[in-house]
Design a protein around this ligand. Structure first.
Ligand SMILES: NC(=O)c1ccc[n+]([C@@H]2O[C@H](COP(=O)([O-])OP(=O)(O)OC[C@H]3O[C@@H](n4cnc5c(N)ncnc54)[C@H](O)[C@@H]3O)[C@@H](O)[C@H]2O)c1
Length: 258
């Protein structure tokens, strides 16, 4: 039994599809209830949809507790929802220009929302003696970005949250790990960075840009028993973007013209 937040689109949707393909029952939780219901309808009896808002702790409490009441247990929580709208990103600039309302909203959904998911899931997981939490961070947590002050800092916070949950509850059978995607071709990313894609591709160490399925594979592995000896870790899936000298693409061009 798994809850996937932000499960109606992109990485979350791909994770729901893969979990169901691997035999799990999934609650697709999303602010877009209609889209979540349509993905659930496609996936059949193993999936159901719940509308919730990651920025609203009451709705997270109700999502988690109602799921536990309905199914009697909870094996996997994939905290993945984040505010990805281009309009919000446009206001999420730098330390001088960002409004505190923008900062607070992004932190409410991207950080407090993940904490709340853990807060309400953990008592049941601890009672069970097992549970896997997988949080979606971002490579933005590891490198500076020319904009997106709050988003980037919120994703760095997720890495700390992940280690804290693992440290506090690992001995009780809880594993908490994070995935850090680089650019992945989800609908959210396509809308947010349409003209950035070619620039980014130049710097990848892979022929293709990542797809939501690439992250779903990693999330499902971390959620599975096969990952039983992995706790408190963050796994980067970014096509090698952070693995090389930042000047690599320019150096390749330079070498080609010699
Ligand atoms: N795609 C990328 O390039 C990329 C890179 C790094 C990190 N990420 C992270 O991956 C995760 C998924 O992103 P994606 O690219 O698949 O995005 P997406 O926009 O395709 O999907 C995000 C989903 O979250 C839902 N959502 C948004 N606000 C919500 C809220 N307040 N409450 C509940 N649900 C809400 C949306 O309705 C949507 O279905 C996010 O945490 C994002 O920060 C994505």
């Amino acid at each position: 039994m798994a809850i996937v937040t932000g499960g109606a689109s992109g990485i979350g949707e791909a994770t729901c599809r893969r979990l169901v393909a691997e035999g799990a029952t999934v609650v697709i939780a999303d602010i877009d209830g209609e889209r979540a219901a349509s993905v659930a309808a496609e996936l059949g009896r193993a999936a159901s949809a719940v509308q919730f808002d990651a920025a609203d702790v009451t709705s997270i409490e109700s999502l988690v507790l109602c799921t536990i009441e309905r199914f009697g247990h909870l094996d996997v929580l994939h905290n993945n929802a984040a505010l990805t709208s281009p309009a919000l990103h446009a206001k999420d600039t730098n330390a001088i220009d960002i409004g505190f309302d923008t900062w607070d909203l992004i932190f409410a959904a991207n950080v407090r929302g993940y904490l709340a998911g853990c807060k309400y899931a953990l008592p049941t997981m601890i009672r069970q003696g097992s549970g896997a939490i997988v949080n979606t961070a971002s490579t933005g947590a590891f490198s500076g970005d020319i904009t997106r002050m709050a988003y980037t800092v919120s994703k760095a916070a997720i890495i700390g949250l992940t280690r804290q949950i693992a440290t506090h509850h690992g001995k009780q059978g809880i594993r908490c790990n994070a995935v850090a995607p680089g650019l992945v071709m989800s609908p959210g990313a396509r809308a947010a960075v349409p003209d950035v894609i070619q620039v980014m591709q130049r710097h990848l160490l892979t022929p293709e840009i990542g797809e939501p399925d690439d992250l779903a594979a990693l999330v499902c592995f971390l959620a599975s028993e096969e990952a039983r000896y992995i706790n408190g870790q963050t796994y980067i899936a970014d096509g090698g973007m952070l693995a090389h000298n930042p000047a690599m693409a320019d150096l390749v061009d330079l070498a080609a013209h010699r």
